[in-house]
Ligand binder design. Structure first.
Ligand code: NAI
Ligand code: MG
Length: 341
């Protein structure tokens, strides 16, 4: 049996993960799901522990992991989200955040011009460094003399490996995105790592864009992108823009990967959506397509393709949750996908 750790989490997380797991089950591939149901805001509020060492070990020793969402309005401190998501990314060294954005159905595009609609790109976001390490501090908090410092960390090792990964998965072009004209030191390091990798892949087209220009292009003509590689914060934002032009936050899938270890943590891009939690109206497609990425990485490529195809058909035929204009609840939307497998 192939053990998959499952962290349903908070809010709509358990609702969408249920549909992802049922969909994976449909393939009868001998996957054995290990549910870490206790990892949620209730446990954190009671015990002050976001994720225990045992939890981390359980996830690390599994073949892959699937996560719903982490976040609850009752928890004020960012320590909870950091303690689960960032801890898993950092402790398991999941340095690639892989976020594909491919239009599922023409009717989902928010773009008016036909020519610009067929987005099919991947944002590869560095996932362990940048602005999100927590390095920094504040001085004299709370007053008019407060100073706040968040350090934007880039290491040669961390940058080179994620840039190399982008070249290894690109089909036609790698576009490196930074802000080297204003953020000089990190920008320079990214530029050097990118040029070195490009020299090793003379057959791959390359392009460089500043992040502000890339964000504009993602809206005006996203079809020009293949693989974008960028740092943690720019990747966070650009991949959300990409998911919006590809069909919306409810459909966006992602993987947190350590390619050397062959381990992945798969999760929808959306959060716990407290505004709709508990109502069974959340769109399960982001979670289901994340499970599809898991299947592909386990080598079940035909099943992964069939899953994507079934999702696209359900969407085109309007068998979706209300966010995509359909009449179905979360369970029925999951069933609509499974019925088309
Ligand atoms: P969110 O993604 O949870 O929600 C943003 C908006 O999109 C809401 O209006 C929500 O109803 C809608 N939405 C999200 N997913 C949807 C789905 N599957 N179907 C239909 N509509 C959907 O982002 P927000 O509101 O900024 O964050 C809520 C909580 O989630 C916070 O605690 C935040 O920290 C956490 N969060 C967790 C993430 C994770 O676990 N990886 C990622 C982003 C946010
Ligand atoms: Mg985000």
């Amino acid at each position: 049996m192939t053990r998959i750790a499952v962290i349903p989490g908070d809010g709509i997380g358990p609702e969408v993960v249920e549909q992802a797991v049922l969909t994976l089950d449909e393939f009868r591939l001998g996957l054995d799901f290990d549910f870490l149901d206790h990892v949620n805001a209730d446990t954190y509020l009671r015990t002050d522990v976001a994720l225990s060492d045992e939890d981390v070990a359980r996830v690390a020793s599994s073949r892959s992991a699937l996560l719903g969402a982490i976040g609850d309005p009752r928890v004020g401190s960012p320590a909870y989200g950091r303690g689960v998501l960032l801890r898993l990314r950092f402790d398991l060294d999941l340095y690639v955040n892989y976020r594909p954005a491919k239009l599922l159905s023409d009717r989902l595009s928010p773009l008016r011009r036909d020519r610009a609609r067929a987005v099919d790109c991947v944002v590869i976001r560095e996932n362990t460094e940048g602005l999100y390490t927590g390095l920094g501090g504040s001085l004299r908090p709370g007053g008019g003399h407060e100073i706040a410092l968040d350090i934007d960390l880039s290491t040669h090792r961390g940058t080179a490996r994620v840039v190399d990964h982008a070249f290894s998965v690109a089909r036609r072009e790698v576009c490196m995105v930074d802000k080297a004209n204003a953020v000089e030191h990190g920008g320079g390091l990214w530029q050097r790592c990118w040029r070195t990798a490009a020299a090793r892949h003379p057959d791959m087209a390359t392009r460089h864009m500043y992040v502000d220009a890339a964000a504009m292009r993602m809206v005006t003509d996203p079809t020009t992108f293949d693989v974008i590689v960028t740092n943690n914060s720019y990747g966070d934002i650009l991949s959300d823009v990409a998911s919006a032009v590809a069909g919306g936050i409810g459909t966006a899938a992602s993987a947190n990967l350590n390619p050397e270890r062959g381990f992945g943590l798969y999760e929808p891009v959306h959060g716990s959506a407290p505004d709709i939690a508990g109502k069974q109206v959340a769109n399960p497609i982001g979670a289901i397509l994340s499970a599809g990425l898991l299947l592909a990485d386990l080598g079940h490529t035909a099943e992964a393709a069939a899953l994507r195809h079934a999702v696209a058909r359900a969407v085109t035929e309007g068998e979706t949750t209300p966010d995509l204009g359909g009449p179905l609840d979360t369970r029925k939307a999951g069933q609509a996908v499974r019925a088309r497998l």
